[in-house]
Design a binder for this molecule. Sequence first.
Ligand SMILES: C[C@@](CO)(OP(=O)(O)O)[C@H](O)COP(=O)(O)OP(=O)(O)OC[C@H]1O[C@@H](n2ccc(N)nc2=O)[C@H](O)[C@@H]1O
Ligand SMILES: Nc1ncnc2c1ncn2[C@@H]1O[C@H](COP(=O)(O)OP(=O)(O)O)[C@@H](O)[C@H]1O
Length: 300
Amino acid sequence: MSSVTVRVPAKVNVQLSVGPLRDDGYHDLVNVFHAVSVFDEVIAKESESISVRVEGESADQVPVDDGNLAIQAARALAKHAGRTYGVELIIRKAIPVAGGMAGGSADAAGTLVACNELWGLGLPREDLMEIAADLGSDVPFSLLGGTAVGTGRGEQLAELATGGRFHWVFAIADGGLSTARVYAECDRLRAALGEVVAWPQASDALLAALKEGDARALGAELANDLQPAALMLRASLARTLEAGRELGALGAIVSGSGPTCAFLAADEDQARELAVGLVGAGVCRTAVPAHGPVAGASIV
Ligand SMILES: C[C@@](CO)(OP(=O)(O)O)[C@H](O)COP(=O)(O)OP(=O)(O)OC[C@H]1O[C@@H](n2ccc(N)nc2=O)[C@H](O)[C@@H]1O
Ligand SMILES: Nc1ncnc2c1ncn2[C@@H]1O[C@H](COP(=O)(O)OP(=O)(O)O)[C@@H](O)[C@H]1O
């Protein structure tokens, strides 16, 4: 095999409940992940050394050195296999960079699947999941896809069966937000308000809405503890969320650490109309309709 192509989805967090700050600098979470049909593509080609080239959406903002999560993934996999391997990685980005949709995690997961195949390692998914968790909290979910409840720092996953397809619109902003900065702002706001931070719990109403495929109920239950922090760091997002609500979205939420905003629609037609309306209202750089759940990193 001289070349392998893998497609990996973005995610939205339909519930993100942030618990207390841990000693290791992470927060315990209940993170209900939902994979959506905005895909990066990772192409892995035979090579002597490990390198990466990035094309597409905001490619100039992605590092091509060891800071690239895909490079880290290739190195981690080679180390796990106990050999020196090379690969030329080409990443075609559609997932917004630093957008709260796990684009870097997607590329890392895609690289694990692609190199496992290219190098003929034949490692089972469980091994890839373990390597993924060391690369980043969201990387295991990018492998798994679908809908899942993440606990711990988000890396311990329990799959959720959902009833049918949900239709979304993602309002993509100019520029990104740093995940670490948004978590730090969340801690700062909580301390300033003297909040007692509760242990995170999955919402029964939200899980039931997912299971039943009830978009209206899901829209009412969307919840993100990082949203106040993201709004504090990017005040303009309040207008974006409001515009979506006024245009009739069933739910409006910041995706993860933001700044992408996610809107739930009743069906595909409404999603298309919402996307046009959001761009027309001038509250985002672009708006992308998508659906979920979709499969995790898969060879195409
Ligand atoms: C917020 C979420 C929601 O799914 O993703 P994004 O919206 O950024 O994509 C995740 O929790 C991000 O996961 P990921 O981007 O993989 O984070 P990591 O690389 O593991 O950690 C980056 C930094 O985020 C903070 N962090 C991350 C996860 C966690 N449970 N608690 C944290 O406090 C820490 O400051 C950490 O140093
Ligand atoms: N393959 C990659 N794609 C995107 N960003 C990457 C990648 N590798 C490393 N990064 C770095 O990770 C940061 C967070 O990117 P990303 O994963 O897209 O955002 P988020 O954590 O908000 O979902 C970027 O600002 C970039 O510097």
